[in-house]
Design a protein around this ligand. Structure first.
Ligand SMILES: [Fe+2]
Ligand SMILES: [Fe+2]
Length: 365
């Protein structure tokens, strides 16, 4: 029976996780746990490349939509943002005044952070992680606080000794890949994933540039595609986004989406059991790698909630190879000591932060 795209509405609930590339586990762990205040909820290996680690950081419970994950590949050159290689990701905090706390806290940790920047009804700051990933922290600006006011507040407050409860990252607000054709992207998500594009908006950081916001009724903008017809292809490397995963509740929902992709001839991976969830991979029209993952069984499938992320866990089909895997990881760490310097040298976030590179040269400068 043919599946109509209308019947797919509501299957995708939002983001599930975002997976990137890091050059070094130790530096990556310290940044995401000590500086951004997340919890490591899983320490494992890349199931498609089993001698390299896969690291997961999320909120305390490992809630769907809060997990940032990394493949540790020490020997890759720096990646390049462009078509097929997303631009930035964004975390949400509860209130705009938490942004001043973040500017102060990040500065006291040596992280280079942009001044607060107004984004319509949101206010954001931008930074780069130790591998060069551009991260936005954003809040809804309910009290219409000005960027200048928050910048002044950030100077006034002495840095907190730790991340205060009101500063906590609440999960992803959005991810921003790049599209060469916003109208085609909109059609792709409507037809194959039952998602809607509320609007195509001007990109305030780019003359003539547009943002195509994709989402569902509850989260209308969890993907914000930055549009540019003159952006070169990007490539995956150190500090790149590898793929963006969206969530579905049930196995049956995922199966339905896969059948629809199959019927319409969109290449996909088929459903792959990742143990903590099931995955289905495919690409958008610009080559960005996307995934649809099930919420169940979740990160507590093989570890109690209090033990999440405390030791190397392997899916059961890799357990017989544990000794070999651990020996190889140890060797990687020995060869990778130069990358584990702490504190790392932080790079300056792009300015303006959501401008898209138009040439490779400009990007590498
Ligand atoms: Fe953004
Ligand atoms: Fe994934």
């Amino acid at each position: 029976m043919t599946i109509s795209s209308q019947s797919l509405e509501g299957l995708v609930t939002g983001l599930h996780h975002i997976t990137l590339v890091t050059s070094n586990e130790a530096t990556n762990r310290r940044f995401y746990t000590e500086v951004l205040g997340l919890r490591r909820v899983k320490l494992s290996v890349n199931q498609d490349d089993v001698f390299h680690r896969h690291l997961f950081y999320a909120d305390d419970k490992g809630t769907t939509g809060s997990a940032i994950t990394f493949f540790e590949w020490p020997d890759l050159p720096p990646g390049a943002v462009g078509l097929g290689s997303p631009h930035h990701l964004s975390y949400r905090v509860r209130r705009a005044d938490a942004i001043a706390g973040w500017v102060s806290w990040l500065g006291s940790n040596g992280v280079k952070v942009s001044p607060p920047i107004g984004r319509g009804d949101h206010i954001s700051v931008y930074l780069k992680d130790p591998d060069g990933v551009t991260i936005e922290i954003t809040a809804q600006n309910e009290d219409s606080l000005s960027a200048d006011y928050l910048a002044a507040e950030a100077k006034k407050v002495s840095p907190p000794q730790n991340i205060l409860p009101e500063m906590r990252l609440l999960g992803f607000d959005h991810a921003s890949p790049i599209t060469s054709d916003g109208a085609l992207t909109k059609k792709f998500f409507e037809k194959f994933l039952g998602l809607k594009s509320k609007s195509i908006l001007p990109n305030p950081d780019q003359k003539g540039g547009q943002i195509t916001a994709i989402g569902n009724a509850e989260r209308p903008e969890f993907l914000r595609y930055l549009g540019s017809q003159v952006t070169p292809d990007g490539f995956v490397g150190e500090g790149s986004t590898h793929h963006i995963a969206m969530a579905v509740e049930e196995d049956a929902d995922q199966l339905r989406l896969m059948r629809h992709l199959d019927e319409t001839g969109i290449g996909n991976s088929g459903i792959i059991d990742r143990f903590w969830f099931k995955s289905l991979y495919f690409r958008d029209p610009d080559g960005n790698l996307l995934e649809v993952a099930t919420k169940k069984p979740g990160y507590t499938a093989d570890e109690g909630i209090d033990k999440l992320g405390t030791s190397l866990v392997l899916p059961k089909w890799l357990e017989p190879r544990r000794a070999e895997i651990e020996a190889r990881l140890k060797r990687t760490d020995e060869g990778n000591a130069a990358h584990s310097k702490w504190p790392p040298v932080y790079r300056t976030p792009p300015s303006p932060p959501e401008e898209i590179p138009t040439t490779r040269r400009e990007q590498e400068a």
